[in-house]
Design a protein around this ligand. Structure first.
Ligand code: 5GP
Ligand code: ZN
Length: 115
């Protein structure tokens, strides 16, 4: 997994604008923000996608969900946000290390899916 982009960010080999870090979780700004607030929250441990999650990942995924509101508020989205986890080909996942997008800002994010 040493070539995984987000594992390289965890190891500090690629710079990222970190906004939160603890022993299990890292959050950093998306390089191509889709909204004024756009943060990626990842487990530091490599998990390829939600399709690869196992019961031992339950605590870290729970932590990511519980951290989301504070990260969003700290970044300038105090009145809610959208959290998105894309999985696999059908979900449109581009980086193969689980990540939760937190998108928001002052204005509503908009419809959930394009029609
Ligand atoms: P996905 O489509 O896999 O759900 O989302 C991948 C996200 O990773 C995209 O929003 C993309 O902009 C972001 N991204 C890709 N490469 C980098 C990078 O090197 N640094 C950061 N901060 N974000 C990245
Ligand atoms: Zn990884």
């Amino acid at each position: 997994m040493q070539d995984c982009l987000f594992c390289r960010i965890v190891r500090g080999e690629i710079p990222a604008a970190k906004v939160y870090e603890d022993d299990e979780v890292l959050a950093f700004k998306d390089i191509q923000p889709q909204r004024p607030v756009h943060v990626l929250v990842i487990p530091k441990k490599h998990v390829t996608s939600l399709a690869h999650a196992t019961p031992e990942d339950i605590p870290v995924f729970g932590k990511m969900l519980v951290l989301a509101n504070q990260i969003a508020a700290d970044q300038g989205s105090p009145d809610g946000f959208r959290s998105i986890i894309n999985t696999g080909r059908v979900g449109g996942q581009e980086v193969m290390h689980v990540h939760m997008h937190i998108v928001g800002g002052q204005e509503p994010v908009g419809p959930m899916l394009k029609r």
